[in-house]
Design a protein around this ligand. Structure first.
Ligand code: PGA
Length: 253
């Protein structure tokens, strides 16, 4: 059984004060929820505050990105050891906005994934095709390539905690959510590719989240698909009520 994971990607939104105000409202709304894991990925400036404020609750927090090295002359970067030092347990890797705006390559995502596993950070590796690639019939090729690169050199034995997020670039922040069938098909491609690299037991235990315009009213139909094990939510995670509603609706499928 794969326990669902519902995660909030706050991108470049919320000051520490706004993050704490969110938690004040949000934590009571989900305090009895045990059917899925809940995670929040706030900005780096809010991360330490969110980690402290969620200690002892059913919500955990993670970073939106990190470098793969422990230290060095890399202005603006945060290392895995620095995340560990503030009790951070999760990290998002290879989000398409990082790939597009920060020029993160597949090789960099691979280095980061290896570093996350070395540091016991639970990684959420994001993959997904652009509209152009989908319209050219290249969705499967793109997904298989991104997964193969991310998993290069990683052993099945160390994959226990790895989470993948399928986030079609054309669905992110656009309101154009993938249909449940489109998402399910993409997830099945991803799982098959994971199996060829890490073996079937690892692939069948791995959680694959869907991300891209997830809202309270579409999460149940997405979650009803057998290959969809959770959601990575951007815009609709910024309001406590809306994110709590997504969490509650995700288990009514
Ligand atoms: P969205 O973003 O829910 O606003 O489409 C999802 C994401 O980028 O993770």
């Amino acid at each position: 059984m794969r326990k669902p994971l519902i995660a909030a990607n706050w991108k470049m939104y919320k000051t520490p004060k706004e993050s704490l105000a969110f938690l004040n409202e949000f934590l009571p709304l989900v305090k009895d929820h045990t059917a899925s894991e809940i995670a929040i990925f706030p900005t780096m400036s809010s991360l330490g505050y969110v980690i402290e404020a969620t200690k002892g609750t059913n919500v955990t927090a993670g970073a939106q990105t990190m470098h793969w090295l422990n230290e060095g002359p890399y202005t603006g970067q945060t290392s895995p050891t620095m995340l560990e030092s503030i009790d951070c347990t999760r990290v998002l890797l290879g989000h398409s906005e990082r790939r597009i705006y920060a020029h993160e390559t597949d090789d960099m995502v691979n280095l980061k994934l290896k570093a996350a596993l070395d540091h016991d950070l639970i990684p959420v590796v994001c993959v997904g095709e652009t509209l152009d690639k989908r319209q050219s019939g290249l969705t499967e090729a793109v997904l298989r390539w991104q997964i193969a690169c991310a998993l290069n050199g990683i052993k099945g034995a160390s994959c226990g905690n790895v989470v993948i997020a399928y986030e079609p670039v054309w669905a992110i922040g656009t309101g154009s959510v993938a249909t449940p069938e489109q998402a399910n098909e993409a997830h099945a491609i991803i799982r098959r590719e994971v199996a060829t690299h890490l073996g079937l037991p690892c692939a069948s235990g791995m959680r694959i989240l869907y991300g891209g315009s997830v809202k309270p009213d579409n999460v149940a139909s997405l979650m009803s698909q057998p290959e969809i094990d959770g959601a990575l939510v951007g815009g609709a995670s910024l309001q406590a009520r809306s994110f709590a509603e997504i969490i509650h609706n995700s288990t009514t499928a």
